[in-house]
Design a protein around this ligand. Structure first.
Ligand SMILES: Cc1cc2nc3c(=O)[nH]c(=O)nc-3n(C[C@H](O)[C@H](O)[C@H](O)COP(=O)(O)O)c2cc1C
Length: 335
């Protein structure tokens, strides 16, 4: 499993486009928000939907002095909070639910709900942008922050707060279980893996590779040969190729985005092994496939029949080159 590693303590956050009067309105949202930002990309993805981070300005997360800088205003607002900049006092005030944080440029003292706190990284202005320490803010407000080194991606997630004037109670992480997604995939020759990685990046989901205990060789996959291993397995409905390793925390995931190549019109038998291994009742399974041309439909029917207690959604027939727009359309059509 590719581990998404936690962001460094020294990571920072950049406030974009603050003006003295630029206070954001409180937003009323419901449920969990997952915000994915990539270094150098002025777009962010909010629950899979692409948005400009700093509308019209092209502001993108950057790495400066080994710190990742993120536009905190967009994040706080997306999570139902409010961010205000006081230019005279060089002070940033962040509100989320009933919580308030005040930070000042150049000061390692911050105030969280009126209590003085010490932060390891003082907020600073770089290129007219205000840098704030992300972990301190995230932990105080109960957001989760993850850093994916390979893709230079930061994922911020948390339960949305509501305006105090709204009818809903403020929701905190401790009051509402996080909704988590896992991309689990099997790929014999790499096509499904490429698509799985794109889906994980776009959705902010964790990713897990279903690795056969006995790897498939090119000979095993030569399906022009009736007696190759893959064909032998597909001709035997009870074949359950062993998987190497196990997901220990499957219960933490509500949605399994399940990927595989199409083999003879359906999913490979190792996917049945995967489905046998875990209790997926009550979970959502979102199947996706790559193939030489066959669609995902047959395998979706087979998964539905195999996991009658799970909510199996319409699948995605994709390829290694399925683009972000197609993936987002699919994700949104499942919601
Ligand atoms: C045993 C076997 C059976 C296959 N059967 C089909 C099929 O029925 N329809 C199809 O379009 N492609 C079929 N393919 C092609 C794969 O689905 C396709 O190459 C896929 O993208 C491979 O994904 P991977 O690189 O993740 O393993 C088959 C491939 C193998 C090895």
């Amino acid at each position: 499993m590719k581990k998404i590693i936690s962001i460094l303590l020294t990571a920072g956050v950049m406030i974009s486009s603050f003006t003295a009067t630029g206070c954001a309105e409180n937003m009323v949202t419901d449920g969990e928000k997952v915000i994915v930002l990539t270094v150098g990309d002025p777009m962010m993805r909010v629950n899979g939907e692409s948005k400009e981070i700093d509308p019209g300005e092209g502001t993108a997360p950057v790495i400066s002095n080994e710190r990742t800088m993120l536009p905190v205003r967009a994040i706080v607002e997306e999570l139902g909070g409010k961010a205000e900049w006081n230019g005279e006092l060089c002070r940033v005030t962040l509100n989320h639910g009933d919580n308030e944080m005040i930070l000042e440029i150049g000061s390692t003292e911050a105030y969280f709900n009126g209590e003085k706190q010490t932060i390891d990284t003082a907020p600073e202005i770089i290129n007219d942008r205000t840098m704030l320490p992300i972990r301190f803010i995230a932990e105080s407000f109960g957001f989760k922050v993850e850093w994916e080194q390979d893709s230079q991606t930061v994922t911020v997630s948390g339960a949305a707060a509501t305006d105090k004037t709204g009818t809903e109670e403020t929701v905190s992480d401790s009051e509402q279980e996080e909704s988590r997604m896992l991309v689990a995939y099997f790929s014999a020759t790499g096509n499904t893996e490429t698509l799985a990685e794109s889906i994980a990046e776009i959705t902010g989901a964790d990713i897990y590779e279903i690795v056969p205990a006995e790897p498939y060789t090119a000979e095993d996959l030569d399906y022009s040969n009736d007696s190759c291993r893959a064909n032998t397995e597909m001709n035997d409905e009870s074949a359950r190729p062993e998987i190497s390793g196990k997901i220990e925390d499957i219960d933490e995931y509500d949605t399994i985005i399940l990927g595989y190549p199409i083999w003879w019109g359906t999913m490979p038998r190792i996917i049945n092994t995967f489905l046998d291994t875990y209790d997926l009742s009550g979970k959502t399974i979102m199947p996706f496939c790559t193939s030489g041309g066959s669609g995902v439909t047959g395998s979706v029917s087979d998964i539905k029949a195999y996991c009658s207690d799970a909510n199996v959604t319409e699948g995605l027939s994709g390829s290694a080159s399925t683009d972000e727009e197609q993936i987002q359309e699919w994700i949104q059509s499942q919601e």
